[in-house]
Ligand binder design. Structure first.
Ligand code: DNO
Length: 354
């Protein structure tokens, strides 16, 4: 029998989903969390890290995955101040390793993390989900208009955002690769020394937006990323929904390829339904509900002996639940159970055959 570790993202004490409820989901082994009261580029206190761990452990849940330790924009921009921020990052890595964390998920997307055009699109069955419509997102170009992207409009002032976007004018894809390589050369050696793995999250969606470069987008680029620093500690969060929202990405092939290289440390299982070349709806996790085949995804992970962390990613809001878009309890819990069911079936079928 092969085992992977089923986990659940928890946003700390303010998360409407309690640790008690998470611990009641069958097969749940741990939480994925972070220290949320510190801005990017600042050091996390050992006490805050310990508090997350203590809270998780009190519910019989492990705290071995952090999502995310954010990368300061100055690092992505390659500004002289990056050395200071990389030093802070190194200290955070060491502290997290000391607290027993094994994997750090992070991203290297300039300015924006994931982007959607609607965070509560109503489905015919009454559930709501996150959707992406490229034309709608592009029509909100913050360079020329007031940005009113759901989830993001409050993160920056309009002027602050424009100034940051202007700084990125000198950062094309090649420059972003260089800045990423510089970051990795500063951070991965500390990870190797302390036994903690980095797992970059793919860009979501996997294409450039508002003229900003995005490079963690496809197999060729993931290959290039792995070579920037050739170490098992320089690994990937394989997010099926992010990569899968580009029809040219074969997510199953990527899992086989990078899984065999031992570079996948964290799997985000999310399903999406492609509704146009650059348009998609997030769906329940079931293969039949989306464009990604969850059996094929898990079978690929099984075949390459994936034994890392997995979490059900974004779910719909169902049963009248309200809360953080994509991160409610019910649909993600159903997703975890569905994934565990597929995994048990693969384990039993394959192990009986041997
Ligand atoms: C979205 C998440 C991302 C992810 C970061 C990792 O729901 O998958 O926000 O946590 O990109 O740094």
């Amino acid at each position: 029998m092969k085992e992977m570790k089923m986990t659940f993202r928890w946003y700390g004490a303010d998360d409407p989903v309690s640790l008690e409820y998470i611990s009641q989901i069958p097969g749940m082994t741990g939480i994925v969390s972070a220290v949320y009261d510190v801005p990017p580029g600042k050091e996390w206190s050992a006490e805050s890290i310990a508090a997350v761990k203590t809270a998780a452990n009190a519910h019989n849940l492990a705290f071995e995955v952090v999502e995310s330790v954010p990368v300061h924009e100055d690092i992505k921009l390659g500004k002289p101040s990056r050395d200071e921020y990389i030093e802070v990052y190194r200290r955070n890595v060491k502290k997290l390793a000391d607290a027993g964390v094994k994997v750090i998920c992070y991203n290297f997307m300039p300015v924006f993390d994931w982007l959607r055009s609607d965070l509560s699109h109503k489905n015919p069955d009454g559930s709501t989900c996150l959707i992406y419509r490229d034309a709608e997102v592009l029509a909100m170009d913050p360079n020329t208009k007031k940005l009113s992207l759901p989830g993001w409009d409050e993160s920056y002032t309009q002027d602050g955002l424009r100034a940051l976007l202007a700084e990125y004018k000198s950062v094309d894809e090649e420059k972003l690769w260089e800045n990423m390589s510089y970051f990795l050369h500063g951070v991965i050696p500390v990870c190797e020394e302390n036994g903690i793995k980095m797992a970059i999250h793919p860009d979501d969606p996997p294409w450039g937006i508002f003229g900003l470069p995005r490079v963690i987008t496809n197999k060729k680029n993931l290959e290039r990323f792995c070579k920037l620093y050739d170490s098992e500690y320089n690994g990937l969060t394989l997010c099926t929904g992010s990569l899968g929202s580009s029809a040219s990405n074969d997510v199953v092939d990527m899992i086989r390829h990078f899984g065999a290289m031992r570079r996948i440390h964290f799997l985000h299982a999310r399903n999406i339904k492609l509704t146009g070349p650059r348009d998609f709806n997030e769906t329940g996790h079931r293969s039949e509900d989306g464009s990604l085949d969850m059996y094929d995804i898990l079978r690929a992970a099984w075949d390459v002996d994936f034994n890392g962390y997995i979490r059900p990613d974004h779910g719909r809001m169902i049963w009248g639940e309200t809360g953080r878009p994509g991160y409610g309890l019910y649909d993600r819990a159903l997703g975890a159970t569905y994934i565990n069911g597929i995994w048990e079936a693969i384990n039993k079928t394959m192990c009986d055959r041997k």
